[in-house]
Design a protein around this ligand. Sequence first.
Ligand code: NAD
Length: 440
Amino acid sequence: MNIAVVGTGYVGLVAGACFAETGNDVICVDINQKKVDALIAGQVPIFEPGLEDLVKANTKAKRLSFTTSIKDAVQASDTIFIAVGTPQDEDGSADLTHVLAVARAIGENMNGPKIVVDKSTVPVGTADLVKLEIEKTSKFPVEVVSNPEFLKEGAAIDDFLRPDRVVVGVASEKSAAVMRELYAPFVRTNNPILVMDIRSAEMTKYAANAMLALRVSFMNEIANLCERAGADISKVRVGIGTDSRIGMSFIFPGIGYGGSCFPKDVQALIRTGKDHGVDLLISRSVEEVNKNQKKLIVSKIVEHFGETKLRGKTFALWGLAFKPKTDDVREAPALSICSELVKLGAYVKAYDPEANGTFREKFGDHANVEYVDSNYEALKGADALIICTEWNAFRQPNFKKIKSELVSPVIFDGRNIYDVADMRAHGFTYYSVGRPPVTW
Ligand code: NAD
């Protein structure tokens, strides 16, 4: 098939590369000239395991190309995927500016009938808006399909090539057939392609993200209670997760969910509820719990050192990305933690295996924040270590080295990556989430 993918971010680039991998001719479009230049030169501007190899191989095989010209891409393709960002608007709703700008550009450049597939996460009813926008300038027939994406950053290629399911919202059997053909190579183990009406497909994405966010917030709430009540969330987690009705996935407590999806999608769902006169009480609480959870580490730091004593103190920050195996820092807890610490007059020595650059870009240069090249370097002269992201490389460090580099042996672990008894044995003062602290 001849496919265009508009937007070469975490979703668009992965989708484009994976569709090319199964033999389609794919043109990826982006308005960001720098990004497109880099991609043409064989450089992948984001960190996503396996993506660079896939992009290089398919570019070399001439199945994958990059352009800033939406006209060239639209005119060469029968099926056009929209995979641009849908960030949070001021009122919490999804900002559809980019999606509708792409729809307009598609309409202006149509040269025949097309299927336009909305892969961006968009509220119920957006497919109708996209169709209207295209039809403002084009007389050619267009069918709009909703095909929300469920990949996880850090495992995006695997998720795309082997999805649990593919959700497709269509208005006709013709576009259903095209989508079935396109996704057939990815569901060879019989995982389902769920064909449904467009509005249900659009809603499925938000419902899925809100449900996952709910699990995280629920566990965080229980973790906070465990801490107060002298229970240990790591034991409670296993105790409940082994119930097959609950399951072990997505029940790790921490310092709050971040990323480009959960925060904005829960907000957008709340907003959609408001628009339809439905108060989504549970979703509002999920968000509220998460906001508070992001403040947890700093409040523990303040309690330990005393608020007035933080001025001039230095903190080693391990992990800046919102989760491991990505360089994405959107809504990362590290952003708010770093910002709170510098507000209190503290210094931060920050390290992430992949996200130093993206974090610096987002946070901006600040005299109190230094970016270093290794996790141990961050510890030099620091008064405590803070762990914000559970990268594997942080799980089994040299604790003797950590102790000798830190001014005082204090660890604030926002991801529960160490064993409480081990921390006591190593002589650390250790604070984690929902487990008894180690104090001396
Ligand atoms: P992103 O910000 O990484 O990428 C979006 C890209 O679109 C950027 O490169 C931007 O330059 C480009 N763009 C913006 N306007 C454009 C235009 N008019 N023409 C061409 N290109 C344009 O975004 P993302 O993380 O890939 O997310 C894309 C969509 O997919 C969002 O709706 C998001 O909610 C959804 N989604 C994201 C994930 C994820 O894990 N990141 C997972 C599932 C769904």
